[in-house]
Write a protein that binds this ligand. Structure first.
Ligand SMILES: *Cc1c(COP(=O)(O)O)cnc(C)c1O
Length: 291
């Protein structure tokens, strides 16, 4: 079968990498969100009428589900915590795009949020599907398996014996199922949301941690989705070298990978996880900070 994305060589800081260009599959349904939503993309439109989900208002998963629902003609209801006035009156970035795709936003006060999510999680109609935050759901496995098969076929065609596959983690769903499907490959990731323990807890909800999965640690603690001068510098350097990555997950993964690079022997395949649509709002925040 024809792979959904190409693998390209990428020379960076004098070392040879390969990058799987999942960012080029679809502009909105990009990167690992395309893979995680693959089962739903293949589902006939008549199967559902409504998708419900929740999370942050600049989330890449939110935008991807909005694009999917727009294509399928499904209603999309998204629950979030109260949105700041300025953002409500003039939405930016992923929020603006998702609202433009027909997403219906439901704000819930912090105190009532957990209860609201719990009731979303148990839909009473068969035509309504609940997708957990970030698409962290067993439904993602089939699409990640397709990615794994593409990687396996590429590895065999290249005759690569020792392979490391690198991709950043939010919920860890992508890295978890990739490691599961590629037992002979070392899957390297890093925790971009919360710390290592948080990531392990998230992954354990999907099953026992595969032994070939390694969580690399950054020497410096970075908070999720905040601007850091070192991330911006690396983002620019990577872009200069030929590939744009996202400023939240990609910059963090590369920063962490480069700290650990001397200990990694053999070929490295970086799976581009997409998310470029979010760079616009992140670059605005960097400008605001004077960086
Ligand atoms: C969502 C996302 C991730 C995290 O994926 P998980 O499967 O939740 O670990 C990584 N990179 C980008 C660009 C994303 O949008």
């Amino acid at each position: 079968m024809q792979p959904l994305s190409a693998v390209v060589p990428f020379l960076f800081r004098g070392r040879d990498f390969f990058v799987k260009r999942d960012d080029l599959i679809d502009p909105l349904l990009s990167g690992n969100k395309y893979r995680k939503l693959y089962t739903l993309i293949q589902t006939p439109a008549r199967r559902y009428r409504r998708i419900v989900s929740y999370g942050g208002t600049q989330s890449n998963a939110m935008l991807s589900i909005a694009a999917l629902c727009d294509q399928k003609g499904w209603d999309f209801h998204y629950t979030c915590k109260p949105v700041p006035e300025h953002l409500k009156s003039s939405p930016t970035g992923n929020l603006k795009l998702a609202l433009g795709l027909g997403m219906q936003l439901h704000e819930v006060e912090h105190k009532q949020f957990d209860a609201a999510i719990a009731s979303l999680g148990t839909p009473t109609e068969a035509a309504t599907l609940f997708v957990p935050q970030g698409g962290a759901d067993p439904i993602a496995q089939a699409g990640i398996n397709v990615l794994a098969r593409e990687i396996k076929a590429w590895q065999q065609a290249q005759g690569i014996e020792t392979l490391h596959v690198v991709t950043p983690s939010g919920t860890g769903t992508t890295a978890f199922y990739l490691a599961h499907a590629l037992p002979d490959v070392a899957v390297l990731t890093t925790a971009c949301v919360g710390d290592r323990d948080y990531l392990i807890r998230q992954m354990r909800m999907l099953g026992e941690l595969p032994r070939n999965l390694r969580i690399l640690e950054n020497e410096k603690k970075h908070h999720f989705a905040r601007p850091y001068a070192e991330f911006l510098a690396l983002y620019r350097e990577l872009k200069e070298a030929g590939i744009e990555f996202d400023l939240i997950y990609g910059a963090n993964m590369w920063h962490t990978l480069l700290q650990n690079i001397d200990a990694i022997e053999g070929a490295i395949l970086y799976v581009h996880s997409g998310g470029l649509m979010g760079n616009e709002t992140m670059l605005d925040r960097y400008r605001h900070k004077g960086l």
